[in-house]
Ligand binder design. Structure first.
Ligand code: NDP
Ligand code: MG
Length: 387
């Protein structure tokens, strides 16, 4: 194998991020190699991916589903591992150079933590890890010398724009948000929103959890907290602007008033490619702006009454400690309840807010405390649903 090949563990390879990451790997002309693939329940898709990419490790993290899986579907030479601990096992392998964190939700925490604990590079899509434990993750990186490269499009944009100046010269990070499908819907109609309507995102094709988060704008709330810890910037310096075209992925305003933006059509393959090939830029598969066409870009301040989630993200980023873990878990459980038909769309944010307010805030929690609180917040959502 050539020395410059990066061996990538694709965590959550059957998801929206995972599938896009595999396209980037397939187009890399051998510079990237998928050495591990992981999925939770879509094991037929996982097996098809394994046939195509011939990884060394294939992980089925849901042990119950894995028990029914026919290993003969995998090509020879693949090691088949089962259960959530196997995610950690592959993330720690010496033969893995980069871990692409594409698992959705809190379930992504342990494998990202393990990779950073080994001093590895993580290409991070799984923002929930930073929302839950961003401060501890930052400390782990300092201690073990690992690295986080953002895959979330806004944070990839910020990361690229930040290279135009010094950290001390940053006045503001400006996160763009499409506004989701309901930014212009009369407020009284929000109450009746169905799961199918909430899953129809105007600009991005993503997994169900983040698509609902985009509709409530909790996604932007989580991204405020993610940016706070990824870039070590005070919460007060992070702003949100509505940009319906999703072409400017975020902006950095420097102290002299210069604003640096990163632009490209909405296509996750670009930030994934940038993170996996970093520090190189390559000619890849992502869509490009067609400069022969008229391009209109709009920027509007967010309607904070319509999208109360934004204030929750600002608060969690400001107070730190246990707030992010509680907000993340409450939201994750509330979104699942909405998808299951047990909660109205308009209850997701109030449930999250009330659980965030009810918890006993700690400013310097351990990882174990955060994991406990995560469980507690999920139980509180069940109580809210039953009430
Ligand atoms: P998907 O729902 O499409 O995919 C999730 C992946 O995680 C699947 O491979 C799934 O396996 C696996 N998974 C689900 N539950 C578990 C679990 N309990 N343990 C282990 N693995 C699990 O999500 P997305 O790809 O949309 O999102 C992934 C992450 O990336 C999220 O954190 C999201 O916020 C972030 N992100 C996504 C973007 C996007 O464009 N999709 C953009 C920016 C960030 P299986 O399919 O087998 O069930
Ligand atoms: Mg994003």
């Amino acid at each position: 194998m050539a020395d410059n090949v990066k061996r990538v563990a694709v965590m959550g390879s059957t998801g929206s991020i995972g599938v896009n990451a595999l396209e980037v790997i397939a187009a890399s002309e051998g510079r990237l190699q998928a050495v591990a693939l992981t999925a939770h329940s879509r094991l037929d898709e996982l097996a098809a991916q394994a046939k195509r990419f011939r990884p060394r490790w294939v992980v089925a993290s849901n042990a119950k589903v894995a028990a029914k899986f026919d290993r003969k579907l995998l090509p020879r030479g693949c090691e088949f591992l089962k259960g959530p601990d196997a995610l950690v096992e592959v993330a720690r392998q010496a033969d893995v150079d980069v871990v692409l964190a594409g698992i959705v939700g809190r379930a992504g925490l342990e494998s990202t933590w393990a990779a950073l604990d080994e001093g590895k590079t993580v290409a991070l899509a799984n923002k929930e890890t930073m929302v839950m434990a961003g401060e501890l993750v930052s400390e782990l990186i300092k201690k073990k010398g690992g690295r986080l490269l953002p895959v979330d499009s806004e944070h990839s944009a910020l990361f690229q724009a930040l290279s135009a100046g010094k950290t001390s010269e940053v006045a503001r990070l400006i996160l763009t948000a499409s506004g989701g499908p309901f930014k212009d819907l009369p407020l009284h109609e929000l109450q009746q929103i169905t799961v199918a309507e909430a899953l129809a995102h105007p600009t991005w094709d993503m997994g169900p959890k983040i698509t609902i988060d985009s509709a409530t704008m909790m996604n932007k709330a989580l991204e405020i907290v993610e940016a706070r810890w990824l870039f070590g910037v005070d919460a007060a310096k992070i702003a949100v602007v509505i940009h319906p075209q999703s072409v400017v992925h975020s902006l950095v305003e420097f102290i002299d008033g210069s604003v640096i933006a990163q632009m490209s059509p909405p296509d996750m393959r670009l930030p994934i490619q940038y993170a996996l090939h970093y520090p190189d830029r390559v000619n890849g598969v992502a869509k490009r702006i067609d400069w022969r066409q008229t391009l209109h870009l709009n920027f509007d301040p967010p309607d904070r009454d319509r999208f109360p989630a934004i204030a929750l993200g600002e608060e969690a980023a400001k107070v730190g400690g246990t707030a992010g873990a509680v907000l993340n878990a409450a939201n994750e459980a509330a979104v699942q309840s909405f998808l299951d038909g047990d909660l109205h769309f308009t209850e997701i944010v109030p449930a999250s807010r009330s659980i965030l307010k009810a918890h006993n805030h700690e400013s310097r929690p351990t990882l174990e405390q955060l994991v406990k609180l995560d469980k507690w917040a999920r139980q509180e959502v069940s109580r809210w649903v039953c009430a």
